[in-house]
Write a protein that binds this ligand. Structure first.
Ligand SMILES: Cc1ncc(COP(=O)(O)O)c(C=O)c1O
Length: 421
């Protein structure tokens, strides 16, 4: 039998061949994809109890949100978890807990959902954007270059399930005496060097929004090993003080209402029980796809800790960004769920160039005047990140992939790359 090499490029689905994969990849709502009677029962039990608020109502004993916090802290391996009503709220709460505000700078990656940077600005501080490296997470060397005497925190984001290089970042933060705040919104359950994400930083911030690994529609959590930070987080997330603060050493200060409702807590708790299985499926499928395309000579996204990666995607870099539209169209014809991470002129808010309100310095009160160097947030602040993201092809890995889906994905990528990349 002829080898793949000898046969030469195969005909592609885009040219009329049968698609490599039998069915399209479903939309990527990983947590929601595994919802079933467990979440239904949990929500129904709360509705029937009439206890919709975490701090009081009919019935006694700890409610669902408190149970979620306890289970989440245990899962992450930290003493404290605080549930909030979104990932953005988690970020604002973390910044407030760390005492970050006007005049302070926070280093954020060029590639992250806008909320990571916007939370910093809304809290009155200045996001300073830094390059990502070939892991598409914060480049520790560039963080050092962007740090000034005003820097109060570094905010790595574990984008698309991939842990950032936390060891050098944690060492740098320790040395400089600045806070490490992890944005774990996209990497719930991931780990780095055996320790769970969200346990490395002074504070970890999670989201339970609908596209995330675990979801309650909206929601979030803050994790910390530091009692003082925890108390400050509780105070800020419940400024009016509806909750119990008995025994707190920290005095009250101005805050918000970011409290999580019981219905969300119940659904999130049911989802949390499914995380190990969900991650096992994703990791198995992603590793098989990576193995299946390893000999193609493609440059894959670097994984700072492959064992801790959540496996929600496989990303590779094309040698030439100009090939990308053709490659993506061909992959889609093979029924592979895929996308581009950035294109020149794109307004996608996952890349700093698409952070319109920040770039144009518009706040709710009028012009926002960041206390930072003029080049901290300008379109050409991070050319290396744009170059890398511009060549990146993102392939979705779904938790309900069958063996056929995995094999079809491998077959389809091989076909397309051999013919076009
Ligand atoms: C990296 C990252 N940070 C923060 C957030 C904000 O989370 P939320 O939408 O729950 O406010 C998201 C997702 O939406 C995200 O992907």
């Amino acid at each position: 039998m002829q080898s793949e090499e000898e046969r030469g490029p195969e005909r592609l689905a885009i040219d009329g061949a049968t698609p490599a994969k039998q069915r399209p990849t479903p939309a990527m709502y990983p947590g929601a994809a595994v919802m079933n009677a467990e979440e239904e029962q949990a929500a129904l039990a709360v509705a029937r109890s009439h206890r919709l608020f975490r701090y009081y109502g009919p019935g006694t004993g700890p409610g669902q949100v408190a149970a979620l916090e306890e289970a989440f802290a245990a899962a992450v391996g930290v003493p404290h978890a605080l549930a909030v009503n979104s990932g953005t709220s988690a970020l604002c709460t973390a910044l407030a807990a760390a005492g970050i505000g006007p005049g302070d700078e926070v280093v954020v990656p060029a590639y992250t959902w806008v909320a990571s940077a916007m939370a910093v600005a809304v809290m009155g501080a200045t996001p300073v954007v830094a390059e990502v490296d070939d892991s598409l997470t914060l480049d520790p060397a560039d963080v050092a270059r962007r740090t000034t005497s005003r820097t109060r925190a570094v905010l790595p984001v574990h984008m698309r399930g991939t842990p950032a290089d936390l060891e050098p970042l944690a060492a740098f933060c320790r040395e400089r005496g600045v806070a490490l705040i992890e944005d774990v919104a996209q990497a719930d359950g991931g780990s780095y060097r055996g320790r769970r994400l969200g346990a490395w930083g002074d504070i970890g911030c999670f989201s339970l929004q609908f596209t995330k690994l675990l979801t309650s529609g909206e929601g979030g959590l803050v994790t910390t090993g530091d009692r003082r930070l925890y108390e400050r987080a509780v105070i800020f997330h419940d400024g009016a003080g509806a909750g119990a603060r008995e025994g707190f050493a920290e005095p009250p200060f101005l805050g918000m209402n970011f409290r999580m409702p019981e219905l969300c807590g119940a659904v999130a708790l049911a989802q949390l029980r499914k995380l190990p299985e969900l991650l096992g499926r994703l990791r198995g499928a992603a590793a098989a796809i990576r193995d299946g395309i390893a000999d193609l000579g493609l440059r894959l996204r670097r994984l700072p800790d492959p064992a801790g990666d959540c496996g929600v995607c496989v990303v590779f870099f094309l040698p030439d960004a100009r090939r990308k539209p053709q490659v993506l169209a061909a992959l889609r014809a093979e029924r592979i769920g895929c996308g581009s991470l950035w294109d020149p002129g794109s307004r996608d808010a996952h890349v700093y160039t698409g952070w319109e309100a920040l770039m144009q310095r518009r706040a709710h009160y009028g012009p926002w005047r960041p206390a930072a160097p003029a080049d901290a947030l300008v379109p050409d602040a991070c050319p290396r990140s744009l170059e890398l993201l511009g060549r990146a092809v993102h392939v979705d890995v779904h938790p309900l992939f069958s063996d056929e889906d995995v094999e079809g994905t491998i077959r389809g990528i091989r076909r397309v790359v051999r013919a076009l990349a």
